[in-house]
Design a protein around this ligand. Structure first.
Ligand code: PA5
Length: 472
């Protein structure tokens, strides 16, 4: 039997080019040529460094056979034992699992009756809002719940607070058997969670070296929740490998992620400080959230690799087609020329809904009859693309033949490679996040953590707020 060719996602950058979006805003072949060498150098950097330093994530599609087997076995046992699976994590330890769940499970998964769900209900607790946590307690049946506490550093206050709360509840209820209700995913050496996991005898998965939070969806951080949900994680990894191979060429014309990086690099040089990610699919809505962290934390840097002050970055903004056509698109088409808009389209949605007949006396309503919602959403995407282009707004499109594990794996790898390439072009450290540390340290100081007395003194010495500037 002939093997079917895998469906490939497509990157369409016509509307970044002057021939389409106009000479003032659009790029010419000459513009692209001017960054060709920089792009080649970025490609060479990624190629040389893949699998080393903080670029361990490039190898995840290839080096996890054993781990995948363990994950699949664990996931099977979890599905047998529980009705609800809860991830405790934040940032990169939450956004990937949420994005893949939204993309590849039924859009109303948690609302489906058990007989139709085929996998536990799924919640990701990525905030410490007490009302939200309390509301979770109100719906959980602890007997049938398994928690997955995920933290690479093993010390993030939000996640460790949640761990403390949940572990106490579990111990009160199950005594020695509490550990059967928690799985840990963390660094093999660093941080406290690994020590706690050993003491408590928790089943533990490891986040490999060189895989930072926002690049961790394709390791156990994302694979375990996905497998518990019945998602084909082998297909997800195969999709990522497929995109990785599609990006092996050093010429941007043959490398979609490199082309996307080179174009955003040019856009940044031209003052386009905002990158809007707008999927036309509810299933990809949270993919935009995941992208925002990846793009924002990786590229927002004050210094470059030479130690020079650069203050670079491009603010990522999430939007949803068509919903945000009635909220944001006015700004995108007529506001400042400071954005690049990326539309994500889907060729074949997993459902077809026909628009019913009726209201024949109102032709401006009845013209919709006989069409499908599929045609409507696709027409609206094309129409928005047209309106943006007509108004000389830089835009490009990523098109998925359909949303499935393979294409989602491709999409994840596409964005991670694009981020690594543009980070290299900007000559910054793409993989650190020093700007997050100040807030983390100040929180430790405010809560009296040992070793943070100096920071507490610094905080206490800050200029007190004036009532003059507080109204009400
Ligand atoms: O990308 C990152 O490294 C961060 O956003 C982390 O994911 C986030 O701070 C959570 O960290 P941790 O997984 O160590 O709890």
């Amino acid at each position: 039997m002939k093997k079917e060719k895998p469906q490939s996602i497509r990157f369409d950058y016509n509307n970044m080019m002057s021939a389409y979006v106009g000479k003032k805003e659009g790029f010419t072949a000459k513009d692209l040529l001017s960054v060709r060498e920089k792009a080649r150098a970025a490609h060479a950097y990624v190629k040389e460094n893949r699998g080393t330093g903080m670029m361990g994530w490039t190898e995840l599609p290839y080096n996890q056979n054993e781990i995948v087997s363990d994950i699949l076995l664990t996931a099977k046992a979890v599905r047998r034992k529980c009705d609800t699976f809860v991830v405790l994590g934040i940032g990169g330890s939450a956004l990937g699992p949420m994005a893949v769940f939204q993309a590849l499970c039924h859009l109303r998964h948690n609302d489906l009756p058990k007989s139709k769900r085929k996998a536990p209900k799924f919640y990701v607790e990525d905030n410490v809002d007490p009302e939200r946590m309390q509301s979770l307690f109100d719906i959980l049946d602890l007997d049938k719940t398994i928690f997955n506490v995920i933290t690479k550093s093993g010390s993030t206050s939000e996640t460790m607070s949640q761990y403390l709360i949940i572990m106490k509840m579990l111990k009160d209820r199950f005594g020695d058997k509490a550990s059967e209700h928690i799985i840990a995913t963390t660094d093999v050496q660093k941080g406290n969670l690994i020590k706690i996991a050993k003491e408590e005898g928790l089943k533990t998965f490891y986040i490999p070296d060189g895989v930072g939070g926002r690049f961790s969806e394709l390791c156990p951080v994302g694979l375990l929740p996905a497998a518990v949900l019945g998602i084909d994680i082998k297909a997800l990894l195969k999709g990522a490998a497929f995109m990785d191979r599609a990006c092996r060429k050093p010429d941007y014309k043959q490398n979609p992620a490199l082309a996307a990086a080179a174009l955003q690099y040019l856009a940044i040089q031209k003052g386009k400080n905002i990158s809007v990610m707008m999927p036309y699919a509810d299933s990809l809505k949270l993919m935009a959230d995941w992208y925002c962290q990846l793009w924002g934390e990786s590229l927002g840097k004050s210094v470059n690799n030479q130690g020079e002050t650069v203050y670079v970055g491009q603010t990522p903004v999430k939007a949803l087609g068509v919903t945000d056509q009635h909220s944001q698109v006015q700004l995108y088409t007529e506001g400042p020329f400071d954005k690049v808009i990326t539309l994500i389209g889907v060729d074949n949605y997993r459902a077809t809904v026909e628009i019913s007949g009726g209201c024949e006396q109102y032709p401006s309503v009845s013209f919709l009859s006989g069409h499908t919602l599929n045609e409507l959403i696709t027409s609206e995407r094309i129409a928005t693309e047209y309106a943006l282009t007509k108004n000389e707004r830089l835009n490009n499109s990523i098109l998925l033949p359909e949303v499935n594990a393979h294409t989602v794996g491709q999409l994840l790898m596409f964005f991670m490679l694009q981020t690594a390439y543009i980070g290299a072009m900007l000559d910054i450290n793409t993989f650190n996040q020093p700007g997050v540390e100040e807030g983390k340290n100040a929180t430790y100081a405010l809560l009296g953590r040992d070793g943070y007395q100096e920071k507490a003194a610094e905080l206490n010495a800050r200029t007190p707020k004036s009532d003059e500037y507080i109204i009400g």
